[in-house]
Design a protein around this ligand. Structure first.
Ligand SMILES: *[C@@H]1O[C@H](CO)[C@@H](O)[C@H](O)[C@H]1NC(C)=O
Ligand SMILES: *[C@@H]1O[C@H](CO)[C@@H](O)[C@H](O)[C@H]1NC(C)=O
Ligand SMILES: *[C@@H]1O[C@H](CO)[C@@H](O)[C@H](O)[C@H]1NC(C)=O
Ligand SMILES: *[C@@H]1O[C@H](CO)[C@@H](O)[C@H](O)[C@H]1NC(C)=O
Ligand SMILES: *[C@@H]1O[C@H](CO)[C@@H](O)[C@H](O)[C@H]1NC(C)=O
Length: 444
């Protein structure tokens, strides 16, 4: 510990672990510390004993839930797009050698008070119960347009230059209903709100292509998830880091971050100071450098049956677009089961989350909870969201963001890329593992 490091990372949440993994692989000397005696911080996976200790102090888990060791319940569940940036980073760092991924069995969206599979191409659009007969034809034409679009070939543009026209114009051209726009924008393009409608359509086009490419990879859904839960990721990164000479330390109380002339020079823990020029940390280590940016409400629900109307799916995501339930933020459901070794046999864990909008957060989850059928046990958690107040360059202290309500890794990836750039001064470049639809020089 009495040494000099290129970077010291505080907290073993997913974002910090990915960053420390990327920097280790690049040859940086990394020291990674956590005040807790377990990996994962706010994004840990807990066994049944730990789960009850956190939410029902003094109460034992019921014996019907089976063996403790069969449970790995994520506090913040997230699915990875099979062809997305997060998956690219996993391959790039080679952390995949310690993890086994399985596909998520379904991707659903809520429209007019019921759920249906998200259609992801022209053939699926035609058979989707989400739309009426005429709307299906319009959606089919929209998907054909997206699949054929080539930035270098104006003949494929149908008069729409996606670099400049806003997404509303594209929807208008195909005459798509607002309910159809809801599922395209929120369940395929994974936008968090409707601000995208007035932005150039290119980003939405790229996000829809990513969904389609990811879907094409395994067939049932665009998402993948590690066996034994997300808690496997920090541990995978810790093992990886060791290979590159990095050091991971749990149960390390952080006394102080040491500065000289306004620049960070080290981190003091249990009387010893490790020297460094850069510190990365989660918001819980830097309460003086973050501001509150809202709250997330999450309900962890244990079920002894699959979710109704999902053909007995062993795992799935449901997106409830904000407009469908008269809200300003989407509601997400991420459900996994014994098929991913996160629960005892014949149990499902469904985690429902959204950004808090009212004084009664738990009631805001009701439209999603109502989809789950009988709930054997429910743990509700309301957490504050924090984001850094500065880019950290002046002091050399780079703070990550809290995890938002989404049930996918897209926003975590954005934060990873953002912090990486602030720390190194360079854009994060990872090889694209899957050939994406090329768009001739227009990229980046
Ligand atoms: C569950 O977590 C507790 C507390 O960390 C730990 O003591 C116990 O060994 C764990 N159980 C299993 C089966 O891993
Ligand atoms: C549409 O998607 C489904 C499911 O991924 C796939 O089986 C089918 O081949 C796709 N059809 C076309 C035309 O891409
Ligand atoms: C949606 O919310 C608005 C404003 O809060 C309210 O006026 C309207 O009645 C609500 N509509 C539904 C269907 O709940
Ligand atoms: C993981 O789950 C599979 C079935 O989904 C099961 O066959 C296997 O025994 C489980 N592994 C452990 C270690 O529980
Ligand atoms: C399933 O859970 C419900 C509560 O949600 C409970 O009443 C029922 O007895 C459970 N069934 C089994 C087979 O464990």
């Amino acid at each position: 510990m009495d040494e000099e490091y290129d970077v010291i990372v505080l907290g073993t949440g997913l974002t910090e672990c990915i960053l420390s993994g990327l920097l280790s692989v690049e040859g940086k000397k990394v020291l990674h510390m956590d005040r807790n005696d377990y990996y994962g911080g706010e994004s840990a996976s807990l066994n049944l004993t730990q789960l009850y200790r956190k939410f029902r102090p003094g109460q034992e888990p019921p014996s019907t839930f089976g063996r403790d060791r069969d449970w790995n319940v994520d506090l913040i569940p997230k699915f990875a797009m099979a062809s997305g940036e997060f998956t690219n980073i996993l391959y790039h760092t080679d952390v995949t050698r310690y993890l086994e991924f399985r596909q998520i069995a379904g991707s659903y969206v809520y429209r007019d008070a019921r759920i249906s599979k998200v259609p992801s191409n022209n053939t699926e659009a035609v058979s989707s119960p989400l739309m009426g007969i005429f709307e299906k034809r319009r959606a089919k034409k929209f998907f054909e347009f997206i699949q054929a679009y080539d930035f270098t070939n104006p003949a494929t543009h149908q008069g729409l230059d996606l670099n400049t026209v806003p997404m509303t114009e594209v929807y208008k051209k195909f005459g798509l209903e607002t309910g159809t726009q809801d599922f395209l924008g929120h369940a395929l393009a994974l936008h968090l709100d409707d601000a995208y409608l007035t932005q150039p359509a290119k980003e939405t086009y790229e996000r829809i292509c990513l969904y389609m490419n990811s879907m094409a990879r395994y067939g049932k859904s665009p998402y993948i998830y590690p066996l034994y839960g997300l808690g496997e990721l920090p541990q995978g990164f810790a093992r990886l880091s060791a290979i590159y000479g990095g050091t991971y330390m749990l149960s390390k109380k952080i006394d102080e971050v040491v500065y000289e002339n306004g620049k960070v020079v080290g981190v003091k823990s249990e009387g010893e100071t490790a020297k460094t020029k850069a510190v990365i940390g989660d918001p819980t280590y830097f309460s003086d450098k973050v501001k509150k940016a809202g709250q997330v409400v999450r309900a962890i629900c244990i079920l002894n049956h699959s979710i109704p109307n999902t053909a007995d799916a062993d795992s799935l995501q449901i997106v409830i677009p904000q407009n469908q339930v008269n809200r300003s933020h989407d509601i997400y459901v991420a459900a996994v089961s014994y098929a991913h070794n996160v629960s005892a046999k014949d149990y499902w864990v469904a985690i429902v989350s959204t950004l808090v909008e009212t004084a009664k957060p738990e009631e805001e989850l009701q439209p999603a909870l109502a989809l789950l059928g009988p709930i054997a046990e429910k743990f509700v958690d309301i957490t504050d969201l924090y984001e850094p107040t500065t880019d950290g360059k002046a002091e050399g202290v780079f703070v990550t963001k809290s995890y938002d309500a989404t049930s996918h890794f897209e926003t975590v990836c954005q934060d990873v890329k953002d912090v990486y750039k602030r720390v190194t001064g360079n854009e994060l470049k990872v090889e694209n593992m899957v050939k994406k639809q090329e768009e001739g020089g227009a990229a980046e």
